[in-house]
Write a new protein. Sequence first.
Length: 115
Amino acid sequence: VRLVESGGGLVQPGGSLRLSCAASGFTFSSKNMRWYRQAAGKEREWVALINSAGGSTNYADSVKGRFTISRDNAKNMVYLQMNSLKPEDTAVYYCNTGLGGYDYWGQGTQVTVSS
């Protein structure tokens, strides 16, 4: 299982970023996918979930209405569109899935929201 995140960077408050996660090594279309984030000095927190078919999504209250999770099962990709970014969204963002009782994580991508 391999998950590789990309798309992070520095953005001003109110700006947007689109994160991508490339998945390989498992049957992507059969697995729910999640985004998590971890700010410096804080615990990792769940951000968003999308089911295997892409028809159902769920969000943490802190990002609801601003972030959108999506996936492309033909490309084995999952995305996180982040709009109206706030300084408190600054964190390392991780792609995640569970398989065989184990959690798998990518290396993360840094998102910094600052003026």
